[in-house]
Write a protein that binds this ligand. Structure first.
Ligand code: SF4
Ligand code: SF4
Ligand code: FES
Length: 314
């Protein structure tokens, strides 16, 4: 892929590698009609954004007109809106807030609902979106998390689920302990895809069992009391497919599996794997193509065996 064929935002960060799947099939030097590929000549396009000025405030739609350039992504469209924050009716407004970081679908920070589909804004190409819906591009924040501002949501519950399920390999020091236990090639190939999870939230956004939850601070409540109440609430709710899949990853790890019982305890507790209705929406929307339903099936079998083991141990 040549630098010229990268999306506009990525061209500003030449040190970043652009995934091959971002390559656009056709190069345009000017926004002219491309009848062969069905593209429409345009100088501008419209972006409709569901905005919210702060937590708990009412949301409202706002339209912006953005100057078209070939090979833009949604982040570069948002950058243009930020550089000239004026609505389609000529009203000056505050710049729209959004998050991004890696710009190559690795960090998950830019996840939002674009034309009705949850996905990453950095890999959502404007040309392709306008082919699907020529009139406008619609942006809204994810619906399962509290909105902090505009397109920025609080994804803390996703990370809390990783803490609840101890989704890491615990080490008690940084001294050299020699090489770790080996893993077979077959095991590596099975587990490597699970390590691609970027905690983006797409799987839980699409999951019918994952309900919106927001804990608001009570008057006079301390930081510690608020954090404890929030954690207790999140603990009762469904952990989500991403966390279940991470349990499979770390319980299969030769060093991490010594804590498999603790992780399975978290999966059989309230809000654990039994809350999954097997609708399989999660696997359909995961941008990393993680085999989530396979993970859920493996975690389900392990949880049943763990429950029986505990029952006979009593
Ligand atoms: S499992 Fe897939 S969709 Fe879910 S958080 Fe991880 S990367 Fe995102
Ligand atoms: S399979 Fe389970 S985790 Fe995935 S969408 Fe369905 S209910 Fe949610
Ligand atoms: S900016 Fe990291 S996934 Fe989009």
């Amino acid at each position: 892929m040549t630098p010229e064929s990268q999306p506009a935002t990525l061209r500003q960060f030449p040190h970043l590698r652009t995934p091959d799947h971002l390559a656009t099939p056709t190069r345009h030097t000017t926004p002219m009609a491309d009848t062969e590929h069905g593209r429409i000549a345009r100088e501008y396009f419209e972006v409709r954004i569901l905005r919210q000025d702060g937590p708990g405030q009412a949301s409202y739609w706002e339209r912006h007109r953005v100057k078209y350039e070939p090979d833009m992504n949604v982040i570069s469209a948002l950058q243009k809106i930020a550089a000239h924050p004026v609505t389609i009716d000529g009203q000056p407004v505050t710049p729209v807030a959004w998050e991004c970081n890696c710009l190559e679908e690795v960090c998950g920070a830019c996840t939002m609902v674009i034309n009705g589909h949850v996905r990453q804004a950095c890999t959502a190409l404007v040309d392709r979106l306008l082919e699907q819906r020529a009139s406008e591009i619609e942006l809204r924040p994810m619906t399962k998390f509290p909105v902090l501002r505009d397109l920025v949501v609080d994804r803390g519950r996703l990370f809390h689920a990783l803490k609840k399920t101890i989704s890491w390999v615990a080490v008690d020091g940084y001294y050299d302990r020699g090489p770790g236990p080996p893993q077979s090639q077959e095991e590596q190939e099975q587990l490597y895809p699970l390590s691609h999870c970027m905690t983006c939230g797409c799987c839980v956004e699409a999951c019918p069992q994952y309900a919106y939850a927001e804990v608001t601070r009570l008057e006079g409540e301390t930081d510690e009391a608020f954090a404890a109440r929030q954690a207790a609430t999140y603990d009762r709710l469904f952990v989500g497919a991403h966390a279940i899949s991470q349990v499979v990853l770390f319980n299969s790890h030769p060093t991490g599996r010594h804590m498999s019982g603790v992780r399975l305890d978290a999966l059989i507790a309230e809000g654990g794997i039994q809350a999954c209705g097997n609708a399989q929406n999660c696997v359909a929307v995961c941008p990393q193509k993680i085999p989530l339903t396979t993970s859920i099936a493996r975690a389900g079998r392990a949880s049943t065996a763990h429950t029986l083991h505990k029952w006979f141990e009593r």
